[in-house]
Design a protein around this ligand. Structure first.
Ligand code: HSE
Length: 434
């Protein structure tokens, strides 16, 4: 064992605090695993007076000076957000230091440029904690599955929304009530927008899709719908057809039509969807995360665990820290990302999806035929129809086969205008039905 490897920690919130604690508690094991001891060189925070738990000599407000210091070998960035994290990361690379980050927003926005900067400097950029917290997911995509062809990656990657949807299913509550409960229990932030509107999941989807399909995908390429429009009726309808409602991050390679000469495309979307209760993702309850992968050779794989929280996220950060420290000791850099496939992004309108639609209709001859005709007029094939009659009214529950999303949404708009349709009571996409 020689000189310790010295780590600059940027940010000391819930995750940073847990990283510091675990680095201290496990220092002996980490040294043995890496081949050199690891020491904290400094901790950059905005308000040093708010961190009595950190030795005062380590605290600094000058993050830039810390990352470029000669005695710093590795940088851990857990500030989050785009700036100043981006500038600090680039400064670290330019100074020859590897970076471990938990920053999904930055990696989803600018991952390719950051990887290029790291590669140019011959250092590492690892960010396992950015997607699905403790779950080892990015290294499996980047390394373990690097010899396979991936078809789809479908994840529940936001614990807040999964908690809310789970409570809606368990209690019959509406979205507002379930969100209030999640806020009271600390599962939802005071401003829940990033989680509830799907921004958090969209950033994670972009990172997953980039690695899965060797293609640069940014958050701007991801179609996004949150869960605030999901109603208790949607959840009840899902249960009636043997499904449950989840906010899914879906990354898929859509094959080009045979003989078209066109390349395959990549469709990446985040939206609530009904999935069969028999699907492995349906069993993921509460604030847990899971990612389901379909690969040509490996078949189906599922990764499950805690997607948030100080210690679970710190576990992923420390795993990366050990990896980049080992590379440093060996004098090598680990694998970066490859974007050689350059597959075009497929807009949601052209992405094949399936819909569930529930309608209140007049129960008289010809109504079902007229409704069915509207689907046919838009080229949408119906898979199943169920009718529940009550008096002169009836509820029609329709599940379609897959069709371009635009055809399905145009059909729903047309149904809302039909005189025989008294109301469209539930519309949700359906995933995972065979
Ligand atoms: N806010 C996220 C969630 C965790 O609810 O899962 C951090 O990405």
């Amino acid at each position: 064992m020689t000189r310790p490897l010295r780590v600059a920690l940027l940010g000391c919130g819930t995750v940073g605090g847990a990283v510091l604690r675990l680095l201290d508690q496990q220092s002996g094991d980490l040294a043995a695993r890496i081949g050199r001891p690891v020491e904290v060189a400094g901790v950059a925070v905005r308000r040093p007076d708010r961190h009595p738990e950190v030795p005062a000599g380590l605290l600094t407000t000058d993050a830039h000076a810390l990352v470029t210091r000669d005695d710093v070998d590795l940088v851990v960035e857990v500030i989050g957000g785009i700036e100043p994290a981006r500038t600090l990361m680039l400064a670290a690379f330019a100074a020859g230091k590897s970076v471990v980050s938990a920053n999904k927003a930055l990696l989803a926005d600018d991952g390719v440029a950051l990887h290029e900067a790291a590669a140019k400097a011959g250092v590492d950029l690892y960010y396992e904690a950015a997607v699905a917290g403790a779950i080892p997911m990015l290294r499996p995509l980047r390394e373990s599955l690097a010899g396979d062809q991936l078809r789809r990656v479908v994840g529940i990657v936001n614990g807040t929304t999964n908690y809310i949807l789970s409570r809606m299913a368990e209690t019959g509550a509406g979205f507002t009530e379930a969100l209030a409960e999640a806020t009271d229990l600390g599962y939802a932030e005071a401003d829940p927008t990033a989680d509830v509107d799907g921004f958090d999941a969209a950033a994670k989807a972009a990172i997953l899709a980039s690695l899965a399909f060797h293609t640069a995908v940014t958050a701007a390429d991801v179609y996004r719908e949150g869960i605030s429009a999901v109603t208790a009726v949607d959840v009840a309808r899902a249960a009636e057809i043997g499904c449950t409602v989840k906010l899914l991050a879906i990354c898929e390679r859509v094959p080009a039509p045979e003989g078209s000469g066109e390349p395959d495309s990549v469709a990446v979307r985040v939206h609530p969807a009904m999935i069969p209760t028999t699907h492995p993702l349906a069993a993921v309850g509460g604030a847990f995360n899971a990612v389901f992968v379909e690969a040509e050779a490996a078949g189906e794989l599922m990764f499950y665990g805690r997607g948030a929280g100080g210690e679970p996220t710190a576990s992923a950060v420390l795993g990366d820290l050990v990896a980049v420290a080992r590379n440093r000791v060996a004098g090598v850099a680990g694998p970066g990302i490859t974007t050689y496939a350059g597959l075009p992004a497929r807009p949601i309108a052209e992405t094949p999806t399936r819909y569930h639609v529930s309608l209140d209709v007049a129960d008289r001859p010809g109504v079902l035929a007229t409704v069915a005709q509207e689907f046919a007029r838009h080229g949408v094939s119906i898979a199943t129809v169920r009718q529940d009659g009550h008096g002169d009214a009836a509820t029609l529950v329709i599940v379609t086969h897959s069709a371009p999303d635009a055809a399905l949404s145009t059909t729903v708009t047309a149904l809302r205008e039909m005189p025989a349709v008294r109301g469209v009571t539930s519309v949700l996409r359906v995933e995972g039905l065979s």
